[in-house]
Design a protein around this ligand. Structure first.
Ligand SMILES: [Zn+2]
Ligand SMILES: [Zn+2]
Length: 287
C-alpha cells in the first residue's frame, strides 16, 4: 500500500529541505542525541555478555507482531522529531504530542529494538551469519560494529552525516513496518483506514476559547455557539461546543469540519498520520 523505498527517501529529503536552517540544526541535535543513546545501548549490549543474552532472549520470545510494534515505536519517535516543526508552524499553536511517544521507550524495549535493527542489517548484508549458533552472534556482531565504530566517522559524525543516517534509518524502519503491516493483521490507518480515538493526552490539552464576534454554528449539533460562551478550539482553529466535540473525539481523530487529523494512541495510525504531515511538508501542501 505504501510508497516504495525510493519514494520514501524522496519524501523525507523533501521534508528536510523545507526546514529553515535553525530548525535543521535543532533536528540534527535531537537526532544525534537519540543516535548516541542507541550507540551507547548497543555498546553495552555487545560488551556485556549477560545483557546480550537477556536482550536476545527477550527478542526471540516476542511474537513477530510485537517486534514490528517495537520498530514502529522507534520510527514514530523519529518522525515526531521531524514533524513537530510542521505542526507548530501550520497553526501557530504548539501542539502536544502524546507523552508515551516522546522517545520514552523503556530501556529493555530500546535495547531490543537496537539489537533487532542490527540483526536486520546483518541479515541483509551477510545472511549466512545468522545460520551460525546464536552463541557466536555476539562476537560476530562485535567485529562488525567495531569496524564501523573505529572509523573516524563512527561516533563523532558531522551534521550532514547525522541527517544521512537519519534518512537511512527512517526509510529502513518505514519499509520494515509497511512489510509487517501488510503481512500481518496489524491495523494500519491511512486512506479509508480505521478511525481511532484521539489521544487522551491531546484531548485534555485542547484549549477553551470564548466565542467573540458573530456567533458561529457548531457543525455537530447545528446550533449557534453564543457570544461569550466557552467552546473548544481544535488545532485547525475550528470551534465546537465542548459537549458536542468530546463524544466525537472519543471515537474519531478528525475535525468534523476539515478532517484535520489529531494524534491518536495507535502507533501505526500515528505513523500514517505523521507520514502524511511529512509528505505535505515537502511540498504536497495538502494540510
Ligand atoms: Zn454543538
Ligand atoms: Zn477543522
Amino acid at each position: 500500500m505504501m510508497a516504495d523505498q525510493n519514494s520514501a527517501e524522496t519524501i523525507i529529503m523533501a521534508a528536510l529541505s523545507a526546514l529553515t536552517p535553525p530548525q535543521l540544526s535543532d533536528l540534527t541535535h535531537s537526532v544525534s542525541s537519540l543516535f548516541h543513546l542507541c550507540y551507547r545501548r548497543l555498546y553495552s549490549i555487545l560488551s556485556i555478555p549477560t545483557l546480550f543474552n537477556l536482550t536476545l532472549h527477550h527478542l526471540q520470545s516476542l511474537p513477530l507482531q510485537h517486534k514490528s510494534l517495537l520498530i514502529a515505536r522507534h520510527l514514530l519517535s523519529n518522525l515526531t522529531a521531524l514533524t513537530r516543526f510542521m505542526q507548530n508552524s501550520s497553526t501557530g499553536n504548539s501542539f502536544p504530542v502524546p507523552a508515551n511517544f516522546a522517545s520514552s521507550m523503556k530501556l529493555r524495549d530500546l535495547d531490543a529494538v537496537v539489537l533487532l535493527l542490527l540483526l536486520c542489517e546483518i541479515r541483509q548484508l551477510y545472511p549466512e551469519v545468522l545460520e551460525t549458533p546464536s552463541s557466536r552472534w555476539r562476537s560476530i556482531l562485535c567485529d562488525y560494529i567495531s569496524r564501523d565504530m573505529l572509523k573516524p566517522s563512527g561516533i563523532e559524525v558531522s551534521s550532514a552525516q547525522v541527517l544521512i543516517k537519519y534518512v537511512e534509518m527512517v526509510t529502513k524502519c518505514k519499509r520494515f513496518v509497511s512489510v509487517m503491516a501488510s503481512n500481518d493483521s496489524v491495523s494500519v490507518g491511512g486512506k479509508g483506514g480505521i478511525e481511532a480515538a484521539t489521544a487522551v493526552a491531546v484531548v485534555v490539552a485542547l484549549p477553551s476559547v470564548e466565542v467573540s464576534g458573530n456567533s458561529l454554528e457548531c457543525v455537530i449539533c447545528k446550533e449557534n455557539m453564543k457570544q461569550g460562551r466557552d467552546v473548544c478550539k481544535l488545532p485547525c482553529d475550528h470551534l465546537f461546543h465542548w459537549m458536542c466535540i468530546l463524544p466525537w473525539l472519543k471515537e474519531k481523530n478528525t475535525c468534523p469540519c476539515c478532517r484535520y487529523r489529531l494524534p491518536t494512541d495507535d502507533v501505526f495510525g500515528e505513523i500514517e498520520r505523521l507520514w502524511e504531515v511529512m509528505a505535505s511538508m515537502g511540498g504536497g501542501g495538502k494540510l
